[in-house]
Design a protein. Structure first.
Ligand SMILES: [Fe+3]
Ligand SMILES: [Fe+3]
Lengths: 103, 284, 284, 103
């Protein structure tokens, strides 16, 4: 497999990235998000499908949409998604051959 | 004319600080010991200043203005920036004059770095400095490479930048003794289906090629094989730069283990005639 | 393989929009007419895409992450960003695929540009496009050079980047006809004791050297004399890049006046075989 | 004269630049500043002397402190300092020889 889903981010990935970035870097955003996810996400130009990927902690879906992996990882930690949950979601996307150097 | 007291390469990962207990105590002690050994070797060179080659993990930089290279010219650097990182807050002293010199020389030498007068360093810089137990008042110049969001500078370009950097440091009049710490890699995946796997064959081959001293072969291997070693392995750009700065000094690995539960192939190495004792082994 | 339909150079200043009445009606009509003439010439080439070489005036970029070069890869660009600029809001269409191509090629060719997927363009890009009356739906790739905060890329480096750019555009398969607009300069000072003075001798000599076609002499003159022409004259970096992209095509000035009450030596020019009629004169 | 006061900004200049930048780019800052300049400036790590240069519209003093000229210019326009006032302040710093190409 490639190290990257996209060698140049799509606008869709950019918009998701922007939410994940601001959520964990602007001072009041994480609290606002935790208080009312829908209201927070409405600040951004996201389709309902994209907003749903974030609000439902759809780690696999965010990965497939091309979200930057460091933003996704920081979001998983920052939202306290259990490690085994986020790992399992990612692992579910493994294709044959991707695991050849699994150890 | 500054002397390069040591050029070190070392992995970093937030997991070391956030989830230390995911690995057995004995292994953790061994790994932390290897970082401390690097720190002692580092300090034996008595550097006046430290150039840290690392990468930002989308904290200071976002996709609205993402630099391929960025040279720090701040008076000081707070750390960490991650609200979720389990590390105590520190303030690193910046070597502003040295940073300005390197920035101006880089532009003259046909590199196109961004510059920053204010950054909050993330775990990429903090972890190895913390684990090595380095004097927090040692003035630093952070130089950040894009290894985290394609499109990124090529491995060859990072090597060339390192060559420039070594020459510019050696010409510098403002410090007597300068060390370089390049941090990142080796094999790991962040937030991909492969996360938690380590390609130890990639790591072993990379370390072997570096020890063999053929820089061209190392750059070619890094360029052609990095996709087999995970998106976190893209951080070996800083190892390429360290190799460029070393300008032919021999490389020796000091530590290596593939640590799946910390998601990372953890390597520590050193360019130079004097020696860090090698601990750990490839089949750890 | 794209054809370059025209490579234009033109000054920009917010004063044109903010304080139009500071100069006599006749002169203003003449200047606006010169921009419109450029726009008509530009449109006669029927470009599918436009590469705008300009600079950010500390709106998108600040000293915490200031790029030497930044390539725009946004889907669209709002403008202007200045809350105090008297211009109606526009949204430019971005040519994301073309921007991505130029970015990736630049990195391969050993340039180190930052990239941006979201910028709000300032008067530097907006003014000449607005005054030239260009189709707002023509897809653009903005490329921004640091001309506003030392340390900056050298004039030579900007020329080299332009050479790369011209070659990369000509190799590009995604568009048939591409135009370049380089905007900035010529002599002016922003917020210095010299503000409101124009070094018309510098401007005249620069234009003469460009018309004489000796690129090396132009780059040397720009490098050595820009300090006599004001901090705003640092923006001739984009003219150097245009000259690099032109790869030997002849340059012809279309307009020049030293307009003290607009604080700027206003020049418009064109690289290519076909012709913009020359209006205005050095003793305007 | 050189085109620039400083070929590398000092930290002092950086701190002034940061105020001028945020004032004109963050959504609520200009209104907050106009309402209570001292309170707004207290958010930044400025010495009283530096804060005074900003709050008193000391265009010449800001120039001499090495403020980025584009930030200074935008601030003059954004604060509606009359053109002849800001020009006169800058012109007062003219040294002999600087005006050789005045026209
Ligand atoms: Fe990392
Ligand atoms: Fe300008």
């Amino acid at each position: 497999m490639s190290n990257w889903r996209q060698m140049m981010p799509t606008t869709e990935a950019y918009l998701l990235d922007k939410v994940l970035y601001e959520l964990h870097h602007k001072p009041d955003d994480l609290a606002a998000y935790n208080e009312d996810k829908a209201a927070y996400l409405a600040r951004f130009r996201l389709t309902p499908e994209l907003a749903e990927k974030i609000s439902s902690n759809d780690v696999a879906g965010l990965y497939e949409a091309g979200v930057n992996p460091y933003l996704l990882r920081a979001h998983c930690i920052g939202m306290r998604i259990p490690e085994d949950v986020s790992l399992a979601a990612l692992r579910s996307l493994m294709k044959e051959g991707d695991d050849k150097w699994l150890n | 004319m500054a002397e390069l007291t040591g050029i070190y390469t070392a992995s970093h990962t937030p997991v070391m600080l956030n989830f230390p207990d995911r690995i057995p105590t004995e292994l953790r002690t061994e790994i932390f010991g290897a970082y401390e050994a690097m720190g002692r070797d580092f300090e034996a060179g008595r550097p006046d200043a430290l150039v840290v080659l690392s990468n930002d993990h989308l904290h200071n930089f976002f996709l609205d203005n993402f630099p391929a290279l960025c040279i720090g010219v701040g008076e000081s650097y707070e750390s960490p920036i991650e609200h979720w990182l389990k590390a105590k807050r520190r303030v690193f002293t910046g070597d502003q004059a040295f940073g300005a010199y390197l920035l101006q020389e880089a532009l003259k030498a046909d590199f196109d770095p961004a510059f920053s007068m204010e950054m909050v360093l993330d775990h990429g810089s903090l972890t190895p400095l913390e684990l090595a137990g380095l004097d927090p008042d040692l003035p630093i110049v952070p130089i950040l490479f894009n290894c985290v969001q394609p499109p990124m500078p090529t491995m060859r370009r990072c090597y060339q930048f390192g060559k420039f950097l070594g020459e510019a440091i050696r010409r510098y009049d403002g410090a007597e003794r300068v060390a370089i710490l390049a941090t990142g890699g080796i094999s790991h995946d962040i937030a991909t289906p492969r996360m938690g796997m380590v390609n130890r064959e990639f790591d072993e081959r990379l370390l072997q090629l570096m020890e063999a001293g053929d820089s061209e072969a190392v750059v070619a291997y890094a360029t052609n094989q990095v996709h087999t070693a995970g998106n976190g392995a893209e951080e070996i750009r800083m190892w390429m730069a360290a190799m460029g700065a070393a300008a032919g000094l021999p490389f020796k690995r000091a530590y290596y283990r593939a640590v799946s539960d910390w998601y990372t192939g953890i390597g520590i190495g050193h360019f130079g005639e004097n020696s860090l004792a090698t601990v750990g082994s490839i089949d750890g």
